[in-house]
Every structure is written in structure tokens, then in C-alpha cells.
Design a protein. Structure first.
Length: 173
């Protein structure tokens, strides 16, 4: 109840700020409102397709398959598949979060999920093509050779810390 009250208060405060910004012609407030509307429409373009794919994933993909390839005991193969899956993720990074949640529900390990989220942020295929065409293939190769190992290492370190602390992700069904 307390969290809902904080959420309602923060949202109300934000909307009051936007309204006052338009009343007194406060330019930063107008820009914030414009960015919010633009980003909301951008998200609405991707979310329906993402949720359809996530729904199909949950129905078609067996838990045993996910546990075998992305589970706690999958070894380096799990990190490889997480990077491949992250590279194939489309849309903004926020689309990766429901997919990560779905992977967790199917039995993927926390370290693999963290690798997937990191990989989806840095190595999506459209972003890679755009980067290579403007900055060059050598730059892209160097960036991948530096960033991907760092993502995997940081996922292992942070995932190990969470496992030692017996952290469990709360899943609302």
C-alpha cells in the first residue's frame, strides 16, 4: 500500500510539473513532456510484437530445453547462447527485460540472464550494422572483443554474489 501511495504521489507531482510548465512556458518541462510522448509511442510500436513473441516462447519452448542450454549447469555454452539471443533482440533495451523474465521463469540461470541483458544492450544486429557502416568494421571488432568478455565476467561476478546472498526474483503470476 505504501509503494502505491508513493507511486501515485510521484506521478501526480510529475503531471503537475508538466501542467505548470505549459502554463508558464517553461521550455525544459515542455521538452520533457514531448520526449515522454515520443518515447511512449515508440514503445507502443514494439511491445505488442515483443509480448506476442514472449507468449509464443512460453508456450512452445520446453522448460527442459531452456534449463539445458541456459540453466545454471549449462557452462560456457549458456553464455554463448545468451549472447546470440541478445544480439537477435529487436527494439529498445526495455524489450529485453520481459524476455529475461520469461527466461528466468523457464529455468535460466541468473548469470546467464545478466549476460543476456548486457548482450542485448551492446550487440544487437541492427546496431552492429549501423556501427560498422559508420565507424568501420575494425572499431566494431575491437568493441566486441572488449565489451563481450566484460559483460560475461561482470555477469559471473554479480550473479555469484546474488547466488551467495540467496537472492530470488519475485515472480507475480
Amino acid at each position: 500500500m505504501k509503494n502505491k501511495l508513493i507511486y501515485v504521489f510521484a506521478t501526480s507531482l510529475f503531471l503537475i510539473f508538466i501542467a505548470i510548465s505549459f502554463l508558464v512556458s517553461f521550455k525544459p518541462g515542455k521538452i520533457i513532456a514531448s520526449n515522454l510522448i515520443d518515447y511512449s509511442f515508440e514503445i507502443l510500436q514494439f511491445f505488442p510484437f515483443a509480448f506476442i513473441l514472449i507468449g509464443l516462447f512460453q508456450v512452445w519452448m520446453k522448460r527442459e530445453t531452456v534449463e539445458k542450454h541456459l540453466g545454471k549447469n549449462s557452462g560456457w555454452q549458456g553464455y554463448f547462447w545468451a549472447i546470440i539471443l541478445g544480439g537477435c533482440t529487436f527494439g529498445p533495451l526495455i524489450v529485453a527485460l520481459p524476455i529475461a523474465h520469461s527466461l528466468y521463469k523457464k529455468g535460466a540461470g541468473i548469470k546467464i540472464i545478466l549476460t543476456y541483458i548486457g548482450a542485448s544492450a551492446i550487440c544487437r544486429i541492427p546496431m552492429t550494422i549501423f556501427e560498422a557502416s559508420y565507424l568501420g568494421v575494425p572499431f566494431t571488432i575491437v568493441r566486441y572483443s572488449v565489451s563481450l568478455p566484460l559483460v560475461v565476467i561482470s555477469s559471473i561476478i554479480f550473479g555469484s554474489y546474488l547466488e551467495k546472498a540467496n537472492y530470488k526474483i519475485k515472480i507475480k503470476e
